[in-house]
Design a protein around this ligand. Structure first.
Ligand SMILES: C[S@@+](CC[C@H](N)C(=O)[O-])C[C@H]1O[C@@H](n2cnc3c(N)ncnc32)[C@H](O)[C@@H]1O
Length: 434
């Protein structure tokens, strides 16, 4: 087994050659990597390794950019061959000057203009680039005419899509890539993500443009100033678009939920906030003994019925219209809350868990799916933290939560046997039994 000093030599040599992923191997799970992220052309260089005890090593070195150097002292503490703590002492003003003088901005400009990339993609979905190319490649002029675009921006737009890897280009002819063909070419396909992208491009882009206002006031900045679920109830066309978006969010997740729980022990499952019903349809298709209730606000009914008919599940699945803030939840052996709790504030979360407890029989199971935070709220929690901010700008809920917090709420509501497991992407499944 390598000594602590050898592990640190490997760590610094990985940082020295600009390989932060390899350098991160030395850290125990959940321990934030250190030293802090630096621009690519500022690198730490270790000069001397001083063992301070069995578990501590002090490293003297400097942060370098070209010929400039700022000294540091790093103190590392190990347990079981992994770093569990590190402190970094340096002159912050001098390191700041070193970074400012280096050419690399540490990715700040790329982060600031990231929205340009997303807008090129959203515009391509909006004007129909990928669906126009579904049946085969087209030259630029034919594609421009087909989409009804002005001459002024069309060529740069198509070439930008190609440069970003969203189209293939050869001899002025454009084609979908395998990825855009699979996810954006065919609006009827199960793998189609265009509904989600369209909703994000119109509604979420609007509210995220006002993030600083939401942070100052604590108030949602949702599209048109209306609470999204009220807007959806009042507008059937928007309800349709929202359901298309929800359908697209969970393609891989549906399979993971269908395979991630012992459904053979359940007779009837109620999907609370079922949207278009595609998750419930997946469960019932994978488990032919299951019966299902899709519970949602009334505007969801037509999309739900279409999904059920498409899968031939009319005899096993039914829709129940209701408002879970106002009335009780349907009775079933299992209640599934997929991307529901995150939408709401603490009070509503507690209220929903209490209603779930009342609706379940003794031995019944509650299943909760959300993008959860790690307890440390470190880099692994970035996706969950962004979802939390999304709840701030677009909904009335949030903040994001960890499995441990949810276990605590479930315990207070009376649930036992609380478990958590990973699903696809950043989603986790929490289960608990009445
Ligand atoms: C974020 S979506 C989640 C959809 C789906 N479960 C999924 O994971 O893709 C939240 C769902 O909750 C529904 N919903 C919102 N408020 C509700 C309420 N008061 N009563 C019942 N359903 C509600 C919405 O209509 C929407 O379908």
């Amino acid at each position: 087994m390598p000594t602590n000093e050898e592990l640190l030599r490997t760590h610094y040599s990985a940082l020295g050659r600009g390989d932060p992923d390899a350098a991160a191997d030395v850290f125990a799970d959940g321990v934030p990597s250190a030293p802090p992220p630096l621009p690519n052309d500022v690198r730490p260089r270790a000069r001397e390794f001083v063992p301070a005890s069995d578990e501590r090593v002090v490293v003297l070195g400097d942060y370098r950019a070209g010929d400039e150097a700022v000294p540091f002292v790093h103190t590392w503490r190990f347990a079981d061959g992994k770093v569990v703590e590190v402190t970094d002492v340096h002159d912050a003003a001098r390191l700041g000057a070193l970074i400012a003088g280096a050419g690399d901005d540490g990715g700040l400009r790329d982060m600031a203009t990231g929205f340009m990339v997303s807008q090129v993609l959203h515009a391509a979905v909006d004007v129909g680039v990928f669906t126009a190319l579904r049946d085969g490649p087209m030259d630029g002029e034919s594609l421009r005419r087909r989409l009804g675009l002005h001459e002024r921006g069309a060529r740069d737009f198509f070439d930008a899509l190609a440069a970003l890897g969203l189209l293939e280009r050869g001899d002025g002819v454009y084609a979908n890539t395998p990825v855009t063909a699979a996810h954006l070419g065919d609006a009827e396909a199960d793998s189609y993500l265009g509904g989600l992208l369209a909703y994000i491009g119109s509604h979420w882009y609007w509210s995220w443009g006002r993030l600083a206002d939401a942070l100052r006031t604590g108030k949602s900045q949702s599209y048109g100033g209306e609470f999204p679920y009220d807007a959806i109830q009042a507008d059937p066309e928007l309800a349709e678009r929202f359901q298309q978006a929800m359908f697209a969010t969970s393609t891989a997740l549906r399979a993971a939920i269908a395979g991630g729980f012992a459904w053979e022990r359940v007779g009837t499952v109620a999907d609370i906030g079922c949207a278009d019903g595609s998750l419930l349809a997946r469960l019932l298709t994978a488990h032919p003994h299951l019966r299902g209730i899709g519970f949602d606000l009334p505007a969801g009914v037509s999309g739900f019925r279409r999904t059920v008919a498409r899968h031939g599940l009319e005899d096993r699945a039914r829709f129940e219209a209701g408002d879970f803030r106002a009335g009780p939840l349907p009775r079933a052996d299992a209640l599934l809350f997929a991307h529901i709790l995150i939408d709401w504030d603490a009070e509503t979360r507690h209220m929903l868990l209490a209603k779930a407890y009342r609706a379940l029989p003794e031995g019944g199971t509650i299943l909760i799916v959300d993008t959860l935070l790690e307890e440390t709220r470190g880099p692994d929690s970035a996706a969950g933290l962004l979802v939390g901010l999304h709840m701030l700008v677009d909904q009335r809920g949030g903040p994001s939560y960890s499995a441990e917090e949810c276990f605590d709420w479930l315990g207070k509501a009376g649930f036992r046997d609380r478990r958590v497991r990973s699903l696809s992407g950043f989603d986790r499944l929490i289960t608990a039994v009445k």
